[in-house]
Design a protein around this ligand. Structure first.
Ligand code: ZN
Length: 231
């Protein structure tokens, strides 16, 4: 990013609308429908320049991107707040495995097709998140009278967890990308909704009683949470 010059790559596709993606290296990919003229595309890119600059800045300051892994060898993945480089290994069909070892996320799968690999990794994150959530639920349960009815690991786009009036708890599958102390705060936060279904001062007192330093987690999430969420 020099002098507000943006590296834009335009490709044509069968899409009906134009699509712009800011890549982790700060370049921009544009997929444009065949129906648009070159001038129209350039106009649209120009109109989106401010948006692109803010995205590029965000990307470059976040370092490696966590939220849009492309499944390419060497891509950074975060697990419990630590970054691992993806290493792909081949194995027989049915012997798929994922493990974190020496700063590497080792994925063994019979094909290295990007979509499949991302599916394998998401599945693994879901399992890790379920384990982490269950651990913290157990840890805090004795401090609550109500027990969760159902625990679901979900693909939530904008939130980390939620609690329904029927005492069902939902958690974002990306949770295990973040440090354990953040996960513990999110689990505790949702449990406290058993006592207060809102974010009133009484609710925050309930959180503080069990986690006196909860505000550090709140600040951390405000500053870093977006890096782990999808666009
Ligand atoms: Zn809440």
């Amino acid at each position: 990013m020099k002098n507000h010059q943006i590296d834009v790559r335009v490709t044509r596709s069968k899409r009906k609308t134009i699509r712009m993606t800011v890549n982790s290296d700060g370049s921009v990919s544009v997929e444009a429908p065949h129906t648009l003229t070159k001038e129209q595309i350039m106009d649209m890119i120009e109109g989106k320049k401010a948006w692109m600059m803010s995205k590029i800045k965000q990307r470059l300051s976040a370092g490696n991107c966590y939220n849009e892994p492309k499944g390419v060898k060497g891509e950074a993945f975060s697990y419990l707040g630590r970054e691992s480089q993806l290493t792909l290994l081949k194995c027989d069909k049915g012997n798929t495995s994922v493990a974190v070892k020496n700063g590497q996320l080792m994925v063994k799968h019979h094909t290295h097709e990007t979509g499949e690999i991302l599916g394998v990794i998401e599945n693994w994150y879901r399992q890790q998140t379920k384990q982490e959530v269950e651990f913290w639920l157990k840890y805090y349960q004795s401090q609550f009278e109500t027990k969760p009815n159902r625990i679901v690991i979900k693909a939530q786009r904008r939130r980390w967890g939620s609690c329904s009036s029927k005492n069902n708890l939902n958690f974002n599958w990306r949770l295990s990308m973040m440090p354990a102390w953040i996960i513990s705060y999110i689990v505790l936060h949702e449990l406290c909704h058993f006592e207060e279904m809102n974010h009133s001062p009484i609710f925050w007192q309930a959180v503080e009683r069990r986690m006196p330093e909860y505000n550090k987690a709140k600040v951390w999430l405000k500053e870093n949470g977006h890096r782990f969420l999808p666009e």
